[in-house]
Design a protein around this ligand. Structure first.
Ligand SMILES: [Zn+2]
Length: 433
């Protein structure tokens, strides 16, 4: 597997070759089971032709009157999840609870839906699907770049907006029950409680089962700093929503926390330790960004300077603190940076003039090559300048390719690697023309 670590992710990818053996569900006790997001190959079979696909966990809760499903993974992974969990219990599906409206959680609804199955979401879920559908073309391109796979594979078509919102028979996915703040319900003698816990998305919810002290926390916890801003593009994800929602879950005092990506977290102490650290890391980055904004610092300075103290370091295999700093900054303030020249658009238009002044791209490319070993980011910017003035300049393209390859080899962040690969594919295509 090329990924340094198959990160927990809103959309997680892994190489198909990792799933040679038949995966088994995790028995969580009290009739609860988890199908952990696992990799499937093209056609769902795995094998040599590794294809990265979106996946998340699917949970089954068995009750005396029928089953409850929490999240359904993406369309491809859901086939295996359905097979695996139906082998545990084939009782009727009474309800499907969707923690939020992302395609890697809603894409398998059709696998589970039966006549009479309730689909339960937050009341803002339909609007959140509409937002994604409105921008379906935009997200299709961005997802294909970001989630192109952890290895040098052709980009994989990510779930389209329509697919993300597809219902049981391919029509629009319409929940049958929604709620605003809290909603209790009982199935087969098991009491459930739904809580609105916005974070990764505004429609995000947590399912709580008091009797089992189990909290299904969706994508509000990862084993990494989250994407408070994701590079594929998103409306602002409010850091203080995450903090408040994590406090809501902590106040339940759970003994079992089930994220929709990654492994279950067991035990009061471990849960308290992990969720508190995660919450405090988000709060720290938020507060440092706000302080910097009020101190008059620009966004790039803060992206560079804000780091977590060692006791709050939760890793950056999925989200990046720097992207989140910018997400928080621009979420609060919007795009204008206070520089009059950026009011007028097309900031790259001056690059052609710089190339003319230097007598062509050669000297800029030479400087980029010299900087590559020590400062590849500045070197990358220099290739932007050279190629703006001379888009077909082969030495500039070759230098850019070398820089992107260097950055890819050093990166341990799954999303960053996706975008570096997208850049590599772009340069390779331009070199072939
Ligand atoms: Zn997800």
């Amino acid at each position: 597997m090329r990924l340094a670590r198959t990160a927990t992710a809103c959309i997680v990818f892994a190489a198909a070759s990792a799933s040679a053996q038949t995966p088994q569900p995790i028995d969580l006790g009290n009739g609860m089971y988890a199908a952990i997001g696992f990799a499937v190959g093209a056609g769902g079979g795995g094998g040599a032709t590794a294809v990265a696909v979106p996946q998340s966990n699917t949970f089954l809760i068995v009750t005396a009157d029928g089953n409850v499903i929490v999240d359904t993974s993406g369309p491809a992974a859901s086939v295996g999840h359905h097979r695996m969990l139906t082998a545990v219990s084939a009782a009727p599906i009474k309800a499907i609870v969707l923690t939020h409206g992302h395609g890697d959680h809603t894409g398998g609804v059709a696998q589970w839906h039966q006549s009479g199955t309730d689909v339960i979401t937050h009341s803002s879920f339909p609007e959140f699907l509409l937002y994604q559908r409105r921008l379906a073309g935009f997200f299709q391109n961005r997802n294909a770049a970001q989630f192109g796979g952890g290895s040098r594979l052709a980009p994989v078509a990510a779930p389209s907006g329509a697919r993300q919102g597809a219902g049981p028979t391919g029509q629009e996915l319409v929940p049958t029950k929604v709620f605003d703040r809290r909603m209790p319900f009982t199935i087969g003698g098991v009491e459930f409680e739904l809580l609105h816990t916005p974070g990764e998305t505004p429609d995000h919810i947590t399912l709580w089962i008091p009797k089992y002290r189990a909290a299904f926390i969706g994508d509000n916890y990862y084993d990494s700093f989250p994407n408070i801003y994701t590079l594929r593009g998103t409306r602002p994800r409010w850091a203080l929503d995450y903090v408040e929602s994590l406090n809501t879950v902590l106040a339940l005092d759970p003994e079992l926390v089930l994220p929709s990506h990654g492994q279950p977290i067991r035990g009061r102490d471990e849960i308290r330790r992990k969720l508190t650290k995660y919450r405090d890391a988000i709060q720290f980055v938020h507060d440092a960004t706000v302080k910097g904004m009020n101190d008059g610092k620009d966004v790039f300075t803060l992206m560079r300077d804000i780091t977590l103290p060692p006791d709050l370091d939760i890793g950056e295999t999925y989200g990046r603190i720097s992207w989140s700093v910018r997400g928080i900054y621009e979420g609060y303030a919007g795009w204008f940076d206070g520089n009059p020249s950026t009011m007028f658009g097309t900031p790259a238009s001056a690059y052609g003039e710089i190339v003319k002044l230097t007598g062509g791209a050669a000297s800029i490319v030479a400087r980029a090559r010299a900087l590559l070993p020590t400062d590849p980011i500045t070197a990358l910017h220099l290739t932007d300048i050279a190629l703006e003035g001379d888009p077909r300049n082969v030495p500039a393209l070759e230098t850019r390719l070398a820089i992107l390859n260097r950055l890819f080899e050093k990166s341990g962040n799954s999303n960053e690697r996706g975008w570096l690969q997208a850049g590599i594919r772009d340069v390779e295509a331009r070199l072939k023309r």
